[in-house]
Design a protein around this ligand. Structure first.
Ligand code: HAM
Length: 434
């Protein structure tokens, strides 16, 4: 038997109802904040990710699905392509490619779609997972650098989580400064680590050389007392970065957003500057980040574009579903009626009637003329249909159908023209034909 690949999953009904509910609410909330959808390809040139997410990050060094794609002619050079591990790089590439800065204001773009990382699968961590993300990017003159944008993004997230009914989330907030601040901070970290790194885990030993900032992310319990004593990035921010963070906090306080400043929040992607954040949720266990994001001023320039400060986030939709699985009370969608063709030659009139009713928005399950009436009723019950409509030769000739309500067990005759309203009224619970 051929099975799905490790780390990938089939999303089946009724769980897919929850996914659709989440995506529906998300689109509504994003609309109120004037975000528009963007869809970028699922694979891109490998160097888009290595140059933006960062050569030394875990994502680029060990988690990407990359292959050489040969051109059709033998002379064509092979191109290195990668399944997108995240979508910010693709959005910024599209911003540059389509000169979106020529459009008015800051671009406010959102996406919903699969991402791919070759991580070790566990609860809440998959190799194909789904993100709901949004980016605000534009020229400085349009206000893209303002902490008001950071606050707007964070407030939108709080509104979305509240609307979805996600409770007890925590917003962790930090500023990682600009490139110069980080260079000075990295030096300070390297110095502080020099004497202690041989007591730390192998990953930390490697990171101390390649990317000391990532040491702060270490989860090994024995390393924590050492990490707690390391210098803090807040002490290395230059004046404009300090001011930016202070203004962001002022707005968040003003609109009553709860947050915790977490000086260790550095995130696993290299493009961040200044604001970084994560929302966590207790119900998720080890993989407790429902979403993460931050500011990426400088990313556009690093992949050949104009200056275009930006900020965004991505929600792990799989994790959002996990947190809502218990609390959300999703009513399953059940057929409003089961149409039972009775006798040879009745498949066609039954199909016609089903088509008529479905076009009015009713949910219709359609039977088969080879079924006896008893089997039709049993099938309708199993599917959870509210009613059975019998389509026999006499009914078709008279233009009137026997409708049995499977809750009340009452059977009535209804004229074809009234059938839709009758079924709708039954579905609404009034029980009376409309
Ligand atoms: P990220 O922190 O790498 O950021 O991913 C964002 C979220 O995606 C995580 O918080 C988590 O919920 C989810 N996620 C990540 N990896 C997995 C996985 N293997 N399985 C399930 N869920 C996962 C980004 O991707 C940035 N592009 C976010 C961003 C947008 N920053 C600025 N704009």
């Amino acid at each position: 038997m051929i099975k799905s690949i490790r780390g990938t999953r089939d999303l089946l009904p009724p769980e897919t109802e929850l996914w659709n509910f989440i995506e529906g609410v998300t689109r509504e909330v994003f609309r109120a904040y004037d975000f528009k959808e963007i869809r970028t390809p699922i694979f891109e040139e490998t160097q888009l990710f290595s140059r933006s997410v960062g050569e030394e990050t875990d994502i680029v060094t060990k988690e990407m699905y990359t292959w050489d794609d040969r051109g059709r002619a033998a002379s064509d050079k092979a191109q290195s392509l990668t399944l997108r591990p995240e979508n910010t790089a693709g959005v910024v590439r599209a911003y540059i490619e389509h000169k979106l800065w020529e459009r008015p204001g800051v671009q406010k773009l959102y996406y919903i779609g699969p991402q791919f990382r070759r991580e070790r699968p566990q609860k809440g961590r998959y190799r194909q997972f789904y993100q709901i993300g949004a980016e605000m990017i534009g020229p400085v003159a349009a206000g893209s650098e303002s902490p008001a944008r950071d606050a707007e993004i964070l407030e939108m997230l709080a509104t979305l989580l509240d609307r979805l009914g996600v409770e007890h989330w925590t917003l962790h907030l930090n500023s990682v400064g600009c490139a110069d601040d980080r260079a000075r901070y990295n030096d300070a970290l390297r110095q502080a680590l020099a004497d202690v790194v041989d007591k730390m885990c192998p990953d930390c030993q490697r990171r101390t050389v390649t990317n000391p900032l990532r040491v702060l992310d270490c989860k090994v319990p024995e390393d924590q007392p050492i990490i707690a004593k390391l210098p803090r990035i807040a002490d290395y921010l230059d004046e404009p970065c300090r001011e930016h963070f202070a203004r962001l906090r002022q707005i968040l306080d003003g609109v009553g957003m709860r947050y915790e400043v977490n000086p260790r929040l550095v995130r696993g992607l290299d493009y961040y500057q200044r604001t970084t954040f994560e929302f966590t949720h207790g119900a998720l266990g080890a993989q407790n980040a429902i979403l993460g994001g931050g500011r990426y001023d400088g990313l556009s320039e690093s992949i050949g574009g104009p200056q275009a400060p930006g900020i965004g986030f991505a929600i792990g939709e799989d994790r959002l579903v996990l947190t809502l699985m218990e609390s959300a009370k999703m009513a399953p969608v059940l057929p409003d009626a089961y149409i039972a063709p009775l006798g040879t030659g009745m498949d066609v009139p039954a199909a016609l009637l089903a088509r008529e009713l479905r076009r009015t928005g009713l949910v219709i399950a359609l039977g088969d003329e080879s079924f006896r009436l008893k089997k039709s009723f049993e099938t309708a019950e199993k599917l959870g249909a509210r009613a059975v409509v019998i389509v026999g030769e006499n009914e078709v000739a008279a233009g009137e159908f026997a409708v049995k309500n499977l809750n009340t067990k009452q059977q009535v005759k209804i004229a074809r023209a009234d059938l839709g309203n009758h079924l709708r009224a039954a579905a609404d619970g009034s029980g009376r034909p409309g």
